[in-house]
Design a protein around this ligand. Structure first.
Ligand code: ATP
Ligand code: MG
Length: 487
């Protein structure tokens, strides 16, 4: 079988534009050539520690330059890298390490106290960095079909699944992104999202393909991020809603400079209130829809449509196709499941042939999300199929109700789920975290202004906090236990 190859990303970049800055952190700055030299060394140190071609090793590390070095070193050896979410519990991590048949785990020194799967060799970063170097061949080309990274989904709908991401997935994701957002030699992408997520990892891949500088923050901090946009030449940043809302608060009356050209907003639904606030502040927000399985963004709203189509996630990236299908799999103009096809879509889930077969049918990936495409082809993501509430035969989307709840000044966080009801089958119920006291009557009055009667929550339950995944997404299937307790 002849497979398509491209040159190894970082090697090619270090050859093409060695002196451009690859990455900047508060502590250090490295050119692509310097990064390449370090990566060669780390690859040889990994080799000393027994890492060979086709092995799977795991990385448990916060955002730091060494993360980037190890990622590329793994590609120099031709091994695979499992990226572990550092916020997971030991049990969750052990599941992933076993499932992915990991031979070596590299961990930050700060995480030493955790007890991982004892049968797996563990290496701390200082131990790796002080290892001798052993000879190893370097993989000079990337086979686009080959798996490079493994990343587990966030587990919002059930047990996380290991997503196989190939070199080709990353390459095409980067190409698709550039064809959509454009590319400028002055571009500088700020990373304040975790590198172990596809949102962060995809920026590292773009950096080598584009020859683009990144600024790496260890963690998100609104003030530092705004400062970097205002004074350090950042032109693009990837954010999720909660980050954006903190940035807006911190920004106050100030405005971003005109050189700042793109706020890529994804990861979950974006409340209209926040999008409107961005319009008022002239912030160029590109709403985007994607998932671990599509190696980052798949559908993105271009700036020329951002005002006209506020709330839409946009149209697919150039190399990608998208359809909405009904229960029988036929294309529909109504709301239905979003299915996608393209070279950035995963080839499947690790060790899960059944889940893979279910998700990938005739080349189309079934996202499990419900959306609607308008007459001009713009996608509106409504909700996850598994969270859909059917009340008296009508489809009710929790995200729509949560959005309206969040418009009320007393509501800080909201999660909506369906509960059984004798008359209607199911009715919506809301769990809320409040900023101040508010009565059910007042909330109902507020909701009635915006929503049809069948969408109004029948119960409001006050909770201390909402159940969330390690990526901070609400786990709606866990809300029902609060409602039973509270009502
Ligand atoms: P799991 O598949 O294990 O339940 P997950 O789907 O939450 O986890 P991710 O791959 O991190 O894991 O998240 C992708 C999902 O996030 C999408 O399928 C979608 O439900 C949601 N999402 C992403 N972008 C948007 C968006 N713009 N609007 C609404 N939802 C979004
Ligand atoms: Mg998912």
């Amino acid at each position: 079988m002849s497979s398509q190859t491209i040159p190894n990303g970082l090697m090619q970049r270090a050859y093409l534009t060695p002196n451009r800055v690859a990455v900047e952190t508060p502590q250090t700055s490295l050119t692509f050539q310097e990064l390449h030299k370090r990566v060669q060394k780390v690859a040889q140190q990994l080799s000393f520690n027994g890492v060979k071609q086709d092995d799977t090793i795991a990385l448990y590390m916060k955002n730091r330059v060494e993360f980037i070095e190890i990622l590329h070193a793994v590609s120099y050896i031709g091994a695979r890298l499992l990226l572990v979410n550092t916020r997971l519990t030991n049990e969750e991590i052990n599941y992933q390490l076993t499932d992915a048949n990991v031979s070596l785990l590299i961990a930050d020194e700060t995480f030493l106290m955790r007890e991982f799967q004892s049968s797996i060799t563990q290496l701390t970063l200082p131990a790796l960095k002080s290892s001798p170097e052993a000879e190893t061949g370097f993989q000079k080309t990337w086979n686009l079909e080959e798996t490079f990274t493994i990343m587990y989904t966030s587990g919002t709908t059930g047990h996380p699944k290991g997503v196989l991401q190939t070199y080709g997935n990353h390459w095409w994701s980067s190409v698709g992104s550039a064809l959509n957002l454009g590319l400028n030699e002055k571009d500088c992408w700020l990373i304040a999202v975790p590198l172990f997520h596809i949102s962060g990892l995809s920026i590292l891949m773009r950096s080598v393909f584009y020859g683009m500088k990144i600024i790496l923050e260890e963690r998100f901090e609104a003030r530092a991020v705004n400062e970097a946009i205002e004074n350090k030449g950042v032109t693009i940043i990837s954010v999720v809603t909660s980050m954006l809302s903190n940035m807006l608060d911190e920004l106050g009356e100030r405005k971003y400079p005109h050189t700042f050209r793109c706020m890529l907003l994804g990861g979950g639904p974006a409340p209209l209130t926040i999008l409107e606030a961005c319009v008022n502040k002239e912030i160029p927000v590109y709403q985007t829809y994607g998932m671990t399985e599509t190696s980052s963004q798949f559908v993105t709203l271009s700036p020329e449509d951002s005002l006209r189509k506020l709330g839409s996630a946009g149209k697919p990236l150039f190399p990608c196709a998208m359809k909405i299908v009904d229960e029988k799999g036929n294309e529909t103009s109504e709301a239905g499941e979003i299915i996608v096809k393209g070279p950035n879509v995963t080839k499947g889930y690790l060790n899960k042939p059944e889940a893979t077969e279910k998700a990938l049918q005739q080349g189309w990936f079934y996202t499990g999300d419900i959306g609607k495409v308008d007459e001009e082809g713009f996608l509106y993501v409504l909700d996850r199929r598994s969270d859909l509430i059917i009340s008296g035969g009508e489809n009710v989307y929790p995200a729509e109700i949560e959005n309206i709840l969040l418009k009320h000044p007393a509501v800080k966080e909201a999660g909506v789920t369906g509960v059984a009801d004798e008359k209607w089958g199911q009715v919506p119920a809301a769990c809320i975290v409040t900023k101040e006291d508010v009565s059910d009557e007042e909330l109902s009055l507020h909701m009635q202004q915006f929503l049809a009667k069948y969408k109004l929550p029948k119960y409001f339950v006050r909770v201390e906090e909402l159940p969330r995944t390690a990526s901070n997404k609400i786990i709606r299937r866990k809300l029902s236990s609060f409602i039973q307790k509270g009502s």
